[in-house]
Design a protein around this ligand. Structure first.
Ligand code: AP5
Ligand code: MG
Length: 210
């Protein structure tokens, strides 16, 4: 079972993927988190893509696709997985279809005016990647991750310029991917405006009750 989550930056892909992973037991694979790990570990690939991620750009998509697939293959996800943030281009969608062909993809739909607030309120754990929100989902102790005790910080691509770029890329590169899935009757759109638990109910209905 492969579940693909698509959506604008800050639409809640990561938040929902974590909840769905807990519910289904399927592992959660975020392409953005993979790239951030590679950057943090200063691997040759991480050094190559760092500038692109900081600017909110796509970067060398063939190479990124190979790395994401190598993570999937290394883990041998026998019963399936949840993909968050991949595919982001038609090339990646074609490669994904060739290898794994997701039956359905879920778009978490959120208007632009919610994005900047949500992202500027986000704190991410440097240790385990857990996602918080200073308004909707604050940590119990300021600056400290509830799950692992790690330090919470803003992501380095969560600045105005990079957010603008990420939204531009969404319209230019991700929207054609969404259109492709919609045209093939493989897209389910859920409303991402409501609370995380309400969005999760819609996501469960879209993925588990079919
Ligand atoms: P990636 O990490 O995927 O970033 P993104 O797509 O911009 O999405 P975000 O992670 O910012 O948002 P999200 O939808 O996960 O929202 P979240 O749940 O955190 O990619 C980063 C970069 O890596 C890209 O820009 C690119 O450079 C590169 N990259 C990644 N994939 C790539 C690929 N396939 N090919 C090439 N390059 C790639 O929620 C956001 C905030 O809102 C949180 O504070 C959360 O608590 C809050 N929140 C969530 N849901 C709700 C709700 N329902 N109500 C209120 N608040 C909510
Ligand atoms: Mg995310």
């Amino acid at each position: 079972m492969l579940i693909v989550l698509l959506g604008k930056p800050g639409s809640g892909k990561g938040t929902q993927a974590v909840m769905l992973s807990e519910k289904t037991g399927l592992p959660h694979l975020s392409s953005g988190a993979i790239l951030r790990d590679e950057i943090r570990e200063r691997t040759p690939f991480g050094l190559r893509i760092e500038e692109y991620v900081l600017r909110g750009e796509i970067g060398p998509q063939e190479l990124i696709t190979d790395v994401v697939f190598s993570y999937i293959e290394r883990k041998r996800y026998a019963s399936g997985f949840i993909l968050d943030g991949f595919p982001r281009t038609i090339y990646q969608a074609e490669e994904l279809d060739e290898q794994y062909r997701p039956a359905r993809c879920v778009l978490i739909d959120v208007p632009d005016d919610l994005i900047v607030d949500r992202i500027s309120q986000r704190l991410t754990c440097a240790g385990c990647g857990a996602i918080y929100n200073t308004v909707f989902h604050p940590p119990s102790a300021p600056g400290v991750c509830d799950s692992c005790g790690g330090e919470l910080a803003q992501r380095s691509d969560d600045n105005d310029e990079a957010i603008r770029k990420r939204l531009e890329i969404f319209r230019k590169d991700v929207q054609p991917v969404i259109d492709r899935y919609r045209d093939a009757n493989r897209l389910i759109t859920i409303d991402g405006i409501a609370t995380p638990s309400e969005v999760f109910t819609a996501l469960k209905n879209a993925t588990m009750n079919r």
